[in-house]
Design a protein around this ligand. Structure first.
Ligand SMILES: C[S@@+](CC[C@H](N)C(=O)[O-])C[C@H]1O[C@@H](n2cnc3c(N)ncnc32)[C@H](O)[C@@H]1O
Length: 218
């Protein structure tokens, strides 16, 4: 289960009032959404978005039949398209917008999408199933471009070595799972990587997730 980050603090900072129209652009498991929904009451309205179809479906099931909630419109959509979505639905201006970026713990624990380097899973890392998975990106990308992504998106100081190791390993056998990638990274970096403070795969996984989902573009 995902524990919403700083739930009370977020809701307090947003200063949610009864009857407002609030957008949660990153629904996840809906922890923030439900707390906001309680505050705006039945006179309010919410628009909630998530790139992940499973998140939207699970939330619809969760709220089905609940009578004490405001109207909550759920869209499997990128928050980058909020303006278009509002115009299309003729919703007018929203009072508040919440974006809780990144991934949720249930995306690590339940979805089998390869977000965590601590589990052996297919190397997908995409919220939206229609986007190109990381294993395909690693097959197609040029070594130099990969190096730039690792350096720019995660400050990985061994970006060149890791990018080289990934492309070399891919020539022998395709990198298809999280563990395949972790093994390549571990061999490419020094034994005392970051003095043991973080797993050697941490930065590479973060950079690849951001790139695969165009998180900066959103
Ligand atoms: C940290 S979780 C949100 C957790 C949520 N606040 C809760 O209480 O459960 C981030 C969510 O944003 C979604 N997401 C990431 N990028 C997105 C984007 N560009 N547009 C819409 N949803 C996105 C992910 O699929 C994930 O479900």
């Amino acid at each position: 289960m995902h524990i919403p980050v700083l739930l009370n603090e977020v809701v307090n900072i947003l200063d949610i009032r009864k009857g407002q129209f609030v957008i949660d652009g990153t629904l996840g498991e809906g922890g923030h959404t439900l707390e906001i929904a309680k505050k705006i009451g039945k006179e309010g309205k919410m628009l909630v978005l998530d790139l992940e179809d499973e998140a939207i479906r699970a939330f619809k099931t969760k709220i089905a039949g609940k009578k004490d909630l405001p109207e909550i419109i759920c869209e499997n959509e990128n928050f980058a398209n909020i303006i278009e979505t509002l115009e299309e639905k003729n919703f007018g201006q929203a009072d508040r917008l919440l974006l809780d970026l990144g991934f949720s713990s249930n995306q690590i624990e339940e979805r089998n999408k390869g977000f965590s380097f601590l589990r052996t899973e297919p190397l997908l890392m995409t919220y939206d199933a229609n986007r190109k998975p990381v294993y395909e990106i690693l097959r197609e990308i040029r070594e130099h471009d990969l190096e730039v992504i690792l350096r720019d998106l995660s400050d990985e100081r061994y970006a060149r070595r890791i990018a080289h190791a990934i492309k070399e390993a891919g020539k022998k056998e395709r990198i298809l799972t999280t563990t395949d990638l972790v093994n390549v990274i571990e061999k490419a970096v020094p034994k005392n990587y970051e003095r043991g403070r973080i797993n050697p795969a941490t930065r590479t996984f973060m950079a690849l997730r951001m790139y695969a989902n165009d998180e900066l573009g959103s």
